[in-house]
Design a protein around this ligand. Structure first.
Ligand code: PLP
Length: 275
């Protein structure tokens, strides 16, 4: 979806395969959306995979994945859900994707370096492990090797058990709070932030207006001010926003989550007013 609009994690791996495959890119609008007709036009009987992010890292736009998977029929569908798992309810059966991956350290609030890869049983036949090790295979007839059953087949060596336990504990904490409660709180905080920022002259807001079409990411610019400088100056006041980009344009990204408070949002707004 637009080479410079997709997160690099969901672009470089496909680019690396370019000797073997042809990459096709969808045209997108300013928020990163595309029409289902445009997607349909790109698909033919040679299409090996459709890879999309569930929500965009720069505008927070949420794609209508359930509608998309309906038009894909049997074309394998990969979803990068790093920007949605932990902040909205994600259901692989409803989305009807073949593959999904996400990291644990983002909206799930889990340890760095953890993440999950999902693959439905039927689609696992499409995958060949790129590595082999003591945990993923068996030896027979002294020298012959066979992969173990799923999921061991893809788990070559010992895993980061400490990280996995940490991730489980984060997931349980979020589930106790309730994903719908998290979504509602996040909507409230991001709507408040957008509303307050829109009152400040020189602020340019990005991303969809409709709160149902975006996560709580709020991206903006201050006209006439360098975005890196905005991020640096706020960081000196212990306000951590991120420098990101929408196409070529550098932007500032706020990602409030359920543990943030209304008064923290108002402090950020005040700090931005006083820059
Ligand atoms: C859409 C998306 N995919 C993937 C990632 C992370 O991928 P990795 O764990 O490879 O850094 C991010 C951000 O961290 C992201 O926003």
């Amino acid at each position: 979806r637009g080479m410079s609009h997709e997160h690099h994690s969901n672009f470089y791996p496909w680019l690396k395969l370019e000797e073997k495959i042809t990459l096709k890119n969808l045209s997108i609008d300013k928020d990163g959306f595309f029409t289902l007709e445009d997607l349909e036009l790109l698909i033919d009987d040679k299409t090996k995979l459709v890879a999309l992010s569930h929500a965009l890292y720069n505008t927070g736009s949420i794609l209508p994945l359930e509608e998309i998977s309906k038009i894909l029929h049997d074309v394998p569908f990969f979803v990068d859900s790093a920007q949605t798992v932990g902040c909205i309810d994600v259901n692989v059966s409803k989305i009807n994707c073949n593959f999904m991956s996400f990291n644990g350290s983002k909206w799930l609030c889990g340890p760095m370096g953890t993440g999950l890869f999902y693959c439905n049983r039927k689609s696992s036949e499409l995958l060949e492990p790129r590595t082999i090790g003591g945990e993923s295979a068996m030896i027979y007839d002294d020298t012959s090797l066979a992969f173990k059953e799923l999921p061991d087949k893809f788990q070559t060596g010992f895993r980061n058990y400490v990280g996995i336990v940490g991730l489980e504990s984060s997931a349980n904490y979020l589930l106790d709070f309730g994903l719908n409660n998290i979504r509602e709180k996040n909507k409230y905080l991001s709507n408040l932030l957008r509303e307050e920022l829109s009152k400040i002259p020189k602020i340019i807001l990005y991303g969809p207006e409709d709160p149902d079409s975006r996560t709580s990411i709020v991206s903006f610019n201050i006209d006439g001010m360098d975005s890196q400088q905005v991020v640096d100056r706020l960081e000196k006041q212990n306000i951590v926003l991120a420098l990101r980009e929408i196409m070529e344009q550098k932007i500032v990204r706020a990602s409030p989550h359920f543990f943030n408070t209304e008064s923290e949002i108002m402090s950020v707004v005040d700090a931005i007013k006083n820059l």
